[in-house]
Design a protein around this ligand. Sequence first.
Ligand SMILES: Cc1cc2nc3c(=O)[nH]c(=O)nc-3n(C[C@H](O)[C@H](O)[C@H](O)COP(=O)(O)OP(=O)(O)OC[C@H]3O[C@@H](n4cnc5c(N)ncnc54)[C@H](O)[C@@H]3O)c2cc1C
Length: 405
Amino acid sequence: MIKKAPVIVVGNGLTAEVMCSALDYFNLKYTRLLQEIQCSTDTRTTTINVASQKMLSRLKLWSSLEDEKTAIRNILVSSNKFKTTCFEGEVDSYSINFSLNKKPMAWTVQNNKLLEICRKQNSKSLSPVEIYNGTLKYLFDNNNVTITDKSGRVWQSDLLIACDGSNSQARKAAGLLTTNMAANQKAIVTRLNLNRFHNHIAFQRFLPDGPIALMPFKTQEAALVWSLSNKNADVMYNLSDAEFEEQLINVLGVSFRDTSLCSNRTIWTLKPSVTRSMGQPGLILAGDSNHSIHPLAGMGFNLALADIAVICDCLDSAKKNGLSFSHESIIAEYRTKRRVEVEAIIAVTQGLNRLFSYNSFQSKILPSRLTNIGLGLIDLLPIKKQISYIASGGIFTSAKLFSDT
Ligand SMILES: Cc1cc2nc3c(=O)[nH]c(=O)nc-3n(C[C@H](O)[C@H](O)[C@H](O)COP(=O)(O)OP(=O)(O)OC[C@H]3O[C@@H](n4cnc5c(N)ncnc54)[C@H](O)[C@@H]3O)c2cc1C
């Protein structure tokens, strides 16, 4: 028997969870296909910018985070070790201090905590969840998608929303062209005890091998994402805790001398990619299945939230106009509304990573002193304020879930 559904959602990460909450918010019915055996823990933290926070509040997913969220009030970006007064927000000619008049620019949250809150809320949804086993087979034609699981169960829908991550099987089955942007980097992720107050400051230093970022967490901790070339990342990952801490303090500066590890290290291969079609009639890609970006700007999940907000607007207006969810105007509208932000963020993250990695572009084109001077100069320019507003999100995307009213 074929089960029919107006919309099908696949994936079990953060994008899929928030997607389902948002569809419920808009009263749009869907069927969720969930894999029987799931590996669903995610030890990373995510920075949620101001626009995304507004959206999560509207979906009633924010207040449950309670004191599990840490405000980021300043972002110190440097091409050198941080100066001894950096925890007071002081910069030198090698660094910039981004802020929005002491208002939060973003918050650090634990992915697992956010997943838990979303799952709890989604367990109350009236839309059905179907548990399947094995991998799914997708068959797309002009008007619908047919999905079959290992045991031969079949679902059919006008629209599949694929939130199944950067390795999306749905995207591959549809044969959509994906552009891979080689990073040849891995990121080491862990939590640090700074053994001093972080004063709600995030730190990012551009190193020859890739950027190192510390997001403030709780009162004295920081979430570390250290991007390195594949070879060096493996070496660093295999160091003892004491050796790793020594390397950290060495690159960050003496103000971090009391820093120690307070969780295990995990390592992530970075494979930035983008699927410029963003789907096709009857298939919409959301989150990492659509664009997987370098973590240096902490924007990946924020982009996913904007995807979700726009998808809901597109479906809501299609429903009001009596259009089928496979109508080609839906994917066309989604593409138009998402293209600018996605392209801009990819350009910035790829560009910054290349520009400041002396191992690649800079060593061949720019003397390191030039980018040092560049950072110091930006600190004095009005453009700094614009960058701070862009970092707080919602500049390129307008959608009901982002609006103030
Ligand atoms: C080291 C690192 C640090 C980051 N830090 C930040 C940050 O600070 N801020 C920020 O905004 N972003 C950050 N990001 C990006 C952010 O984590 C991702 O954009 C976000 O997790 C994407 O969520 P997703 O649900 O789209 O994809 P995923 O998290 O990959 O989830 C997809 C899920 O779908 C499942 N799946 C796969 N195939 C199938 C299938 N066939 N059927 C069903 N399910 C399937 C997968 O198992 C997976 O669990 C970071 C990324 C990395 C790598």
